[in-house]
Design a protein around this ligand. Structure first.
Ligand SMILES: Cc1cc2nc3c(=O)[nH]c(=O)nc-3n(C[C@H](O)[C@H](O)[C@H](O)COP(=O)(O)O)c2cc1C
Length: 202
């Protein structure tokens, strides 16, 4: 139990992927974790394993273009904060460099699949922790879709059926250099009975 907590605590987004390939055995374990995540409706979340370089280049191109537009539309304070973060990479090259790209999709507006989007992100979290536990790194990415045409293009690349849309991308691979664990949590965001009443008295 403690080792799971330890793993979760040291997990950080990391975009420094090496060229080392990911074996099918390892990839299957990550996918098994994803499909084991709680889901409101069985099979409402879909995970697409993408290794075709042309597809990945097309996904990268759309994400790169939309992210640039999205970022320029953010308030200056937000833009600055994002651009100052140490691992900010406007090229999004890591989406191409990671040997495996997992694409998580679902049907956000399907009344038959309530909470589909939430479940997609839980599956993402399960895969992220599993990948980390196997010594790999990940860098979750939620495409900044600006309009219908971006979405249509992305959906066409993956041949998604009508109503289905991409929620997140999870590039997965091995780190270029050993990962240094960095403390993340301040514990100040856990409250007791009411908002603002700190649960952890640190
Ligand atoms: C669900 C999710 C979506 C994200 N989407 C993006 C994104 O679209 N663009 C981006 O630059 N970083 C995105 N990030 C942040 C990075 O993947 C990474 O988490 C961050 O750089 C720092 O890692 P940390 O949150 O583990 O500390 C996202 C993170 C999460 C959890």
């Amino acid at each position: 139990m403690d080792s799971l907590l330890h793993l979760m605590k040291r997990n950080r987004g990391n975009r420094n992927f090496s060229d080392r390939s990911v074996s099918k055995v390892v990839l299957d374990k990550i996918l098994e974790a994803g499909v084991s995540a709680p889901s409101g409706v069985v099979d409402s979340v879909h995970i697409l394993v993408v290794d075709q370089i042309e597809k990945r280049q097309s996904i990268h191109r759309i994400c790169f273009e939309t992210e640039r537009i999205w970022l320029s539309g953010q308030p200056a304070s937000v833009r600055e904060r994002i651009m100052k973060s140490p691992d900010f990479d406007p090229t999004l090259e890591y989406l191409l460099k990671a040997p495996v790209l997992l694409v998580v999709s679902t049907r956000p507006n399907d009344p038959e699949s309530p909470h589909a989007v939430e479940c997609a992100f839980i599956a993402l979290g399960y895969m992220l922790v599993m990948a980390n536990g196997l010594g790999l790194i990940t860098a979750p990415y939620a495409p900044s879709i600006m309009d219908d045409s971006d979405e249509k293009q992305l959906n066409a690349i993956m041949k998604l059926p009508p109503g289905e849309s991409i929620q997140a991308l999870l590039p997965v691979g091995y780190p270029e250099k050993p990962v240094k664990p960095i403390a993340r949590h301040t514990y100040r965001n856990v409250f007791f009975n009411e908002y603002g009443n700190n649960y952890f008295q640190t």
